[in-house]
Structure formats: structure tokens, C-alpha cells
Design a binder for this molecule. Structure first.
Ligand SMILES: [Mg+2]
Length: 100
């Protein structure tokens, strides 16, 4: 994931994007949510199967947008997403034990 984050940061730097850090975390968090909504839009009024058959490419692109903004937010806040996810899975395992 580090390599992907570096690629995204290079892309932004080359375009002069993201140099204003004022409110950047907030903007990135909003962008994660907006892109997740764009992902959802592909499923509106359709079954999962229909949505995938209709526009798998679009679903892929919106999922990528979510990841791109999330990686930027994690980079800005110095969050190791892999470690954070591992910790959260452990926390979830305690919260939701395997049923007997
Ligand atoms: Mg998008």
C-alpha cells in the first residue's frame, strides 16, 4: 500500500493539489464518503447481480476512488491502515464471538 500511496502523492504534487493542508483531513474524509456514495449509486434500484452486469467497470472505478481518498487521509494522519485494520478485526472478534 505504501507504493500506491506514494504514486497518489506524486500524482497530486505534480498537479499542485493538496499543498493547502488547512482543512485537508476534513475534505478527504468528506471525499471518502462522497466516493462511497458514487459506488452505491451503481446499485440503486438494481439487484447486486444486475448492477455488476450493468457496470462492473464503474463499480471498480468508484471503489478505487474510495481507496485513493482513504489512503491520502491515512497518509496525512499518519495512520497505518493495515495495522489499523488488523486491530479492528481483533476488536470485532471480541465484540462478535463465534456462535456456538
Ligand atoms: Mg468517483
Amino acid at each position: 500500500m505504501d507504493e500506491l500511496t506514494k504514486e497518489i502523492m506524486k500524482f497530486n504534487e505534480e498537479r499542485g493539489w493538496g499543498s493547502n493542508t488547512d482543512g485537508r483531513a476534513r475534505s478527504l474524509a468528506i471525499s471518502v464518503s462522497l466516493e462511497a456514495s458514487e459506488l452505491l449509486e451503481h446499485f440503486q434500484w438494481l439487484s447486486s447481480e444486475e448492477a455488476i452486469a450493468n457496470n462492473k467497470q464503474g463499480i471498480e472505478e468508484e471503489a478505487a476512488d474510495v481507496l485513493i481518498y482513504l489512503l491520502q487521509l491515512a497518509n496525512l494522519l499518519d495512520i497505518d491502515l493495515k495495522e489499523a485494520a488488523k486491530k479492528k478485526i481483533q476488536k470485532n472478534a471480541l465484540k462478535y464471538p463465534i456462535p456456538n
